[in-house]
Each structure stands twice: as C-alpha cells, then as structure tokens.
Design a protein around this ligand. Sequence first.
Ligand SMILES: [Fe+2]
Ligand SMILES: [Fe+2]
Length: 292
Amino acid sequence: MFRIAHISDLHIPPLPPVSVRQLAGKRLLGLFSWHYKWKFEHRPAVLKALLAHLQDQEPDHICVTGDITFTTLPAEVDLAADWFSRLADPQQISLIPGNHDAYVAGALDYALEKWSRWMRDDEGHPGFPYLHRRGPVDIVGLSSAVATAPAISSGRIGSLQLEKTEALLSRIKTSKRPSLLLIHHPPQEGAASARRALSDRKKLQEVLVRFPVDLVLHGHLHYPTRATLNGPSGPIPVLGAASASTIGNRKSVAHYHIIDMETAAGQARMTVRHYHYDTETGNFSLSETQTL
Ligand SMILES: [Fe+2]
Ligand SMILES: [Fe+2]
C-alpha cells in the first residue's frame, strides 16, 4: 500500500509586507482583495492544523496542486518554501504551480527556482511535465500557470508541454505502473467559466484518450469536485481538492485527500479519504471514504 496526500490552493497566509515598488497593476488589485476579503478566509491556524494532521497520516508522498501563494511576491514564495521544508523530505513532495504563482509576468521564474527541489524530475532537470517515480506510482506534474490580465484566472498548458506530456505518458505506459497526473486547473468540461478555465483542456483530454493515467488530481476551484475523463478502456477519475487553508466563510471549508493505493495484477485500487476542517474543534476530521 502506498499512501498519497493531495493538498491544494494553500495561498499561504499571512501575506508579508509589500514595498511601494511592488504595488503595481494586477498585484495592487490582488493585495487589495487579499486585505479586504481573502485574509479572513485563508487562516494561519488552519494551515497549522493541516500540517499536524497531514503528518499524523504518515503519507508516503504529498502532491500539491498549485496556488501556493496569493500574488507571487518573492517573500510569499520564500514563506512557502519554509512551509514545505517543514512538511516532509523533498523526495516526498511533488509540487506544481497555479495561476496565483504566476500572478504577474515574470513572477513565476523566481518561484520555479526557489521551489525547484520539489519540481525537478528524477534526473534533476527543471521544466514541465516532470516525472516523479515514487514507490509503485508514476507521478506526472504539469504546469497550467500563466500570467493573465486582472480578473482572469485561466490556465494554459501550451503545445510544447502537451507534446512532451504525450511522449512521457506513452513512455510510462509500457511500465504498467499506476500513474497520477497533477494539474492546477480542472481538465474536465464545464468545471469553470472561460475566464477561469484551462483553455487547452480539450487537447489534454485527447492525449489522455490515447495515453490514460489512473487518476487526475487538480485544485483551483476551492471546493471538492469529482469528475471523469474519457480513457481508452473506461473513465479516468478526476478529483479536485478544495483549498487546504480556508475557514469556510466564503467558499468550502478547508479540505484535502488521503489516497491509499494498492496494486494487484497491474490494476490500481484506490481508497480516497476526504478530510475537512472542523471550525469547532480546530482540527481536520474524516468526512467521507470513497473507492476508485
Ligand atoms: Fe486558488
Ligand atoms: Fe487557481
């Protein structure tokens, strides 16, 4: 049995002080919305409870599907790096960025450099897609994080990354190991409006029809979702985690997945436990168990 934790959309609080020079364009609007709205939702106390609860589950590996920061300030990126360093050994974490980690043009570069130990592939190369072979599982990490105009939070994989993803999935298919695909934006139809959606999701769907994975994990929506994509021999399950740091005033209360994976005769059997934050106890508790 191999145990995977899936967390997403930490938007790690609190937001550090900002210099006047950093107050421009979309980031100015983002900081405004943080201080008037979102800082009351993404709470350090929830994040603290998450860290303790997650470590108690003793996962073999932790997948983090983006939106680690709120406006990709270098100090937010540093804060996140400290948090991941406390979370687990670098080999036990697979991280991908979300749209909030590419908040303004060029900001993602620093995040990719600072977080590289959780994103480079097993040969030490940077870039997406990456492959992390951990225990019995192949984990493929994609980036849909692109800088966008204010009020737009869409994502894009891009044709080059899609080509590489197809080649990578084709290669790992021959190993017959269970596989997970990580992407921040939901890849299924109808999950988000055009200004929040993955613009080239149809192309990813086409790749997965040819070269399926056993499970797709995503974030971005801030509430739990379950969907399927078409695979060559049946539906591919898709699970979206809510934000793991929210108190639940505005959207879903914090939530994350623990996935116990067992393999028999080349088939992956997965038991998914859903944990939600309980505002009364200040801890996470089991809300549902699901079998895939
Ligand atoms: Fe988010
Ligand atoms: Fe997002």
